[in-house]
Each structure stands twice: as C-alpha cells, then as structure tokens.
Design a protein. Structure first.
Length: 426
C-alpha cells in the first residue's frame, strides 16, 4: 500500500474519515482499477455495496474489476410499464438476490460468550448526528452515563466533581454554590468525548447545545464576537442547558500565538461569556473538549471558567466489549468470541474498533463475491482485521508525552503521566 500513488493514499485517508461516502469510495476504486490494482478495487466496491446494496455503479465497477463481461443492454419496455433499472451482471455463479435472502435471517448476531440482555451504546461517537444548524438546541435526551459502556473511573469523577452538586441545588444553595460549572475534557481523538457530553446532559435532564468554530467564526469584523454572545444567550434561554464547546482549542486558542486581532477578540468574548456577570450563567453547564489542551488559552482554565479537567482515555475492556457488540449487532456473524476480541484490541480507540468491524465485514463480503457462496463474518475475519489496525492514538500519545514530562506546570497533566507510566509509554 506504501507504493500507491499519493493521490490514492490521500483518497484512502478521506474514505477512512467518511466510510459511508459511497461516491468517494467508488472514485477511489476507479483510481485503483486504473492503476491495475483490481483486488483493491474489488474490496472498495464491496464496501460501497455494503453501504448501498442497490447501487448499480458499485456493482458495475465490481464486475469490471473482477474481469467479467459487461451486461448486455436491456430492450426498452412498453411505455405503460414502469421502467426499473437492470442490475449489472454479477460474477459467474453468484446470485445477489439469493445472497440477500440467505443473509436475511442471519441477524441478530450470535456470540460464543453469553452476552448481556441490553446493548450499551458505544462511546466512540459513531452514530452521532452531523453538525447542527446554527444555535440548534436538542431537547433533553434519553442517553445517560448508564449507556456509556465501561469507563467507570470517568463516571465516578464526573459524578463527584460535576454531577452530584448539580443534581442537588438545595445543598448547593446551602453551601453557597451556584448552579453553573465548567469542565474541560481532553485526550486522544475517537475516544468518546462528545458522547460523554451528551450523556451528562441526559443525567442532568438538560438541553444540549453543541458549538464548534464553524458555528462562530465569521469573515466580517465583529460578527464572530456577536455569534459567540448569541450562543451563550441561547443557552441561557434554554437553561438548564449543557453547552458543549467542541475543539475548544480552535475557539479558545492561546492569544499569544495569534496574529489576527479578530480571532483574539473572539477569545476575549468567550472569556467574558464564561464569566457570566451577575449570575447570568445560572443553569448553563459548559463542557469543552480538545485533543490538544496545551494549545488552549490559560485564561480559560481559571477558576469559574473551565476550571476542572477530565482525561478521556482509550476505552477499557468493558467499554471495548460494548463498542464491539454495538457495531456487530446488525451484521451476519457466527462463533464470535467477544472476550478474546476484547483482549487483542487493547489500546484501540472507539473509532478504531468501528474500523475493525468494518474491515472484517469487507473480508467476508469480498470472499462471498469471489466464491459465489455466502458466508458469515467469523472470528478469523475479526482477528485479521484487528491485527491490521494500528492504534490511531499512538501519534497523540507521542506528542502528549513530551508536554506531560516537560510542561506540567502545577501538575495539570499528572493523571496523564500516571497513565503513561502504567502503560510504559515514558
């Protein structure tokens, strides 16, 4: 794969970031076919068909990649009959409709180990909705921390430092604590920070509002600051509300590194809104997430703003089991030992685990198309896929290690240092 042209490698990265984008994947398959990489093109076409089983372009491309003759054009039908597109010819001996019928009764999956009666929702962020419309506020959801598989230590810290005081406003008033708060979650990408934020909103029975730099930044002078103010005003009107600042390193980057005055003003506006003069932020719980906390302006972490931090690490064993079970729940599988799979996927992020399940499906689908015999996804497919997937968190830990060792002012990265020592990454 390292000998592939740079354009194909770039497209592979784009497809990995958007695995359900069928046109993008077919474009990659076309380039692979043009380079004579027929097997790789077949694999991409097979995954495209998994996302869009009726896509005629994907089937036609697979036929070409496998060297089969192109389908003969159908004679036109009578005008009064509704015209239906003809499916391209499939490999000899392979009946797509029979395969669909055969797999129709193969779900729900059957695991070797006795599974729980409930399927926890994954913590990798898979299945989250796309970017919300500007100032869109979600009503209180049914997702709570009980739906987060594993991660017991994170749940306990959230409960003790953030949730318990918010759930007991009477005690808060007794001890003079206001109904407001700020928490900064940091850690490697793909480990569920967004999902945890939604679960916190569910725990509090609060509305949920997610904001990124795209929602705030504007090309016209003064509009970015106005947008930032309106974000907080919307959250205040919807209180109790969890305001989630995604990629806060972009919204609140270090002003000392900025060369554009407009962006510095936006950070200043964010600091002003977080202060909430005269108790304006009562009932607004600000959660922020970042992969690079060392790039966040230090003023954001002062008391009364994002003064509490939470390190969100790759999923532990119970969380990995929940994620794998979630991503295999609708796939035709047999004889899958989740306990063994959990052991061999240590250090993988939630997004990595989703990719393992996707790759195993590709293997089974491609094998079925080549042999003409439909088969289930088995443990061999999953183990082979897990062996090929390298932890996407490794580059993050390589950068974080230097920061934690040499820029740990005030012990803010003590928790990260302890994890690195435990994992022998120092």
């Amino acid at each position: 794969m390292s000998n592939e042209p740079p354009l194909i490698q770039s497209l592979r990265n784009a497809v990995a970031a958007a695995p359900s984008d069928v046109p993008l994947r077919l474009h990659l398959a076309e380039l692979l076919l043009g380079e004579g990489l027929n097997d790789a093109a077949v694999a991409e076409a097979a995954v495209a068909l998994q996302h869009a089983p009726g896509d005629s372009a994907a089937r036609a491309l697979m036929v070409r990649a496998m060297g089969m003759p192109a389908p003969a054009p159908e004679a036109p039908k009578a005008p009064e009959e509704p015209e239906t597109p003809a499916a391209p010819a499939a490999p000899a001996g392979f009946d797509w409709r029979a395969a669909e019928d055969e797999l129709g009764g193969a779900v729900p999956p059957r695991f070797v180990t006795s599974g729980a009666t409930e399927t926890p929702v994954p913590v990798d962020g898979q299945g989250d909705p796309g970017p919300a419309a500007t100032w869109e506020v979600d009503t209180p959801g049914s997702v709570t921390l009980a739906d987060v598989g594993g991660m017991h230590e994170i749940k306990e810290r959230l409960e003790a430092a953030f949730l318990a005081p918010m759930r007991n406003p009477e005690l808060g008033r007794l001890y003079g604590k206001s109904l407001r708060g700020g928490l900064l979650m940091y850690g490697p990408p793909g480990c569920g920070k967004t999902f945890i934020a939604r679960a916190v909103a569910g725990e509090l029975g609060a509305s949920f509002m997610s904001v990124s730099i795209n929602d705030v930044l504007d090309m016209w002078m003064g509009n970015s600051e106005r947008n930032m103010h309106e974000v907080f005003e919307t959250a205040r009107r919807q209180a109790p509300c969890v305001l989630f600042l995604d990629e806060v390193d972009a919204l609140g980057a270090k002003r000392s590194r900025m060369h554009h005055g407009g962006m510095r003003n936006t950070v200043n506006q964010l600091l002003t809104e977080l202060d909430g003069v005269d108790g304006a932020n009562e009932g607004v719980f600000v959660l922020a997430a970042t992969n690079v906390p060392w790039d966040v302006d230090i003023a954001l972490r002062r008391p009364g703003r994002l003064d509490r931090t939470l390190l969100v690490l790759p999923p532990d064993a119970p969380a990995r089991e929940a994620i794998l079970r979630y991503h295999l729940r609708d796939r035709p599988i047999e004889s899958v030992d989740l306990g063994k799979l959990v052991k061999v996927t240590e250090d993988l992020s939630g997004a990595d685990l989703a990719h393992v399940c996707e790759s195993a499906s590709e293997r089974a689908l491609l094998d079925s198309t080549r042999t003409g015999t439909v088969r289930m996804i088995n443990m061999k497919d999953l183990l082979a896929a897990a062996k090929e997937v390298r932890p996407s968190t490794d580059p993050w830990f390589a950068s974080a290690r230097n920061v934690a060792m040499f820029a740990n002012e005030g012990g803010i990265y003590d928790e990260l240092l302890a994890y690195l020592k435990r994992k022998r990454k120092l």
